[in-house]
Design a protein around this ligand. Sequence first.
Ligand SMILES: *Cc1c(COP(=O)(O)O)cnc(C)c1O
Length: 439
Amino acid sequence: MRKMRRKGLASMAVQTVASTTDSAVDLGPAAALSCRECGHRVPLGPVFACEECFGPLEIAYDFSAHDTEELRKRIEAGPANIWRYAPLLPVPADVATKPNINPGWTKLVQADNLARELGVDPGRLFVKDDSGNPTHSFKDRVVAQAIEAARAFGFTTLSCSSTGNLAGAVGAAAARAGFRSCVFIPHDLEQGKVVMAAVYGGELVGIEGNYDDVNRFCSELIGDPAGEGWGFVNVNLRPYYAEGSKTLAYEICEQLGWELPDQLVVPIASGSQLTKIDKGLQELIGLGLVEDKPYRIFGAQAEGCSPVSTAYKAGHDVVRPQKPDTIAKSLAIGNPADGPYVLDIARRTGGAVEDVNDEQIVEAIKLLARSEGIFAETAGGVTVGVTRKLLESGALDPSLTTVVLNTGDGLKTLDAVAGTGMTATIRPSLESFRAAGLA
Ligand SMILES: *Cc1c(COP(=O)(O)O)cnc(C)c1O
């Protein structure tokens, strides 16, 4: 069933590769593209689906040359951004010298106040706060990889289908690196997301429909002469784009002193981020940079768009698409491409997939803000809300090291906390201040 759905995309992907065979590209340690389903390998190119079985392609590396201690030293001596991990990413070795917006190395906050509120043991709860990236979401990490692939393949226009944050990340990265950008979003996104996507000067197109309609439209555009020369970061450049999420895994482990966390709570939109965090952890184990031990990955969704948690709870392997209706618009993908892989990872690692409703999302945003001084967007409300729910149900162990992701900034989703405002409005006098009961 999964394969049937991909058939249309795959035939387009095969068309694209025909025009780019034998292009020798320098993407560092990236050796080839390999099919996640059947292992079939093809040369690096702007393709994303296997010509044999229509499964998704991902990057295969040659890491054989690495000496563990040398690699660790090299990483630690690297820049305070994702390029410290360049030897593990599909980018040229000199990537740090190119014009880009250098995301990453965001804070891992030891969240003792939140731990107390949630009943987690002291010193055990951490928030990986990706709102500190240049365009205030984790999407800068993935775009930074895609743009290097776009350079290597000679694309001149950068594009994407976006739930909001990706559009802003593409706009900013394109502006700095000198690409044209033209990005597509559902027409009814939050004002903060729309402004962030438009302010960098690229073209921003609202589509009358939801994200899944936008994505379908982009797939059509790729196969049309109108989209020629366009690199869609999350479609024809998806294998490269996706690798950017590994840097979250690398940073978390390095920031924990080169140790694996025991439990991770990760938001799910398409599911790409979660699957690549798992890939990143596995790579660190394989390279000997962390000691192998069990870890559990938990996926978080909004109830109003919960295709993966619904499948998880029903014990299904197939993810049935949903029509999204939630305030967590950045996660509102009703037909998540990597949903089945998320289910595999949650089950294999002993994790789970859970969801929270809009009210719980808002409560969680406020809880994180008042306990830790971190203002998360709705996606962060989803992960914190799900963390609370999983602790209450006993699925999360409060005595283990747990990392909760906040993937975006609350300033972009102000409407979610509308009604949060002034305690009082007074005249500029002490009398008025006292009268308001604030003295
Ligand atoms: C895109 C996005 C995600 C999840 O992305 P995946 O499609 O699952 O990789 C999570 N949080 C925020 C804020 C996002 O914008």
